[in-house]
Design a protein around this ligand. Structure first.
Ligand SMILES: Nc1ncnc2c1ncn2[C@@H]1O[C@H](COP(=O)(O)OP(=O)(O)O)[C@@H](O)[C@H]1O
Ligand SMILES: [Mg+2]
Length: 256
């Protein structure tokens, strides 16, 4: 099982949209078995599959507390795609583990996910826009990191710092590497073209050739509790996400 963290410390840059689109494309188009780990207490990925339950501790909060995956996996209704949901209990779980003396804190997800190692081809982790112990856990178990960036909302500010922060986790997990930055929600303008050019000039960001166009359908999709690829497969965003996954698979050497 390959574990991929989708991360950026900014909100609204397309993390959840990317995590869900990538997960569904890997399942539906490439026949992979995928587990989507919602690591954000806001639970947007869980809501997408109508698995958000505000009064249940099951899912990521229980997994980080107990180091156990059993009882925390749900089916999404899409064959081959499972979900570990999240909600505000994550805050409580984080506090509990921080005050749990004498045990290692960063390898809890690693222990839990190891229990389903053979059951899935990919684990995709949808991260929140901050670095708490749950994110340190996610990065500690991830072999790969993808950073979605939105050129219109100051995403470029601090990108270097984010890449440094992410790579500094390599002390905990030397196997982790940045696969690349993905430009999302792209609208053509003089500013976005200049920003895209700037970012592509910096090889350390490993920007994917494919960017994801802004599509109205991407926003509409959340209303119908569907990913953009399921809701509107012919939209620009869905098409771009399919091409992005092809490029990802080529980059990762997995073939297509
Ligand atoms: N390609 C796109 N076109 C239009 N809207 C998009 C696109 N990608 C994301 N969005 C919208 O932008 C908002 C933030 O996206 P989201 O994936 O939730 O970001 P994050 O998880 O980083 O906070 C959502 O309303 C989402 O529907
Ligand atoms: Mg999100």
């Amino acid at each position: 099982m390959k574990t991929i963290s989708i991360i950026n410390l900014k909100g609204g840059c397309g993390k959840t949209t990317t995590a869900a689109a990538m997960a569904e494309i890997l399942v539906v188009r490439h026949g992979k078995r995928v587990i989507l780990l919602d690591n954000d207490k806001q639970g947007n990925a869980s809501r997408l599959y109508q698995k958000y339950n505000q009064s249940s501790r099951r899912g990521a909060p229980d997994m980080i507390r107990s180091r156990n995956i059993s009882g925390n996996i749900m089916e999404t209704g899409i064959e081959g795609l499972s979900l570990i949901p999240c909600n505000y209990y994550m805050e409580q779980a984080e506090l509990e583990i921080l005050t749990d003396p004498g045990t290692r804190q960063h390898d809890r997800y690693r222990e839990a996910l190891a229990q389903v190692e053979g059951g899935y081809d990919y684990c995709i982790i949808d991260n929140p826009p901050d670095i708490g112990m749950n994110v340190v856990n996610a990065l500690s178990v991830s072999q790969e990191v993808i950073i979605p960036i939105n050129l219109d909302n100051y995403s470029i500010d601090g990108l270097e710092m984010l890449v440094d922060q992410v790579t500094s986790i390599r002390r905990l997990n030397p196997d982790m590497e940045l696969v690349g930055c993905l430009v999302t929600d792209y609208e053509r303008s003089a500013t976005s073209e200049a920003a895209e050019e700037w970012i592509r000039e910096h090889p350390q960001f490993k920007v994917f050739t494919q960017h994801i166009r802004h599509s109205r359908q991407a926003k509409d999709a959340t209303f119908y509790h569907r990913s953009v690829v399921a809701h509107s497969p012919r939209s620009g965003a869905a098409l771009d996400y399919r091409r992005f996954v092809d490029e990802y698979l080529r980059r990762a050497g997995d073939g297509i």
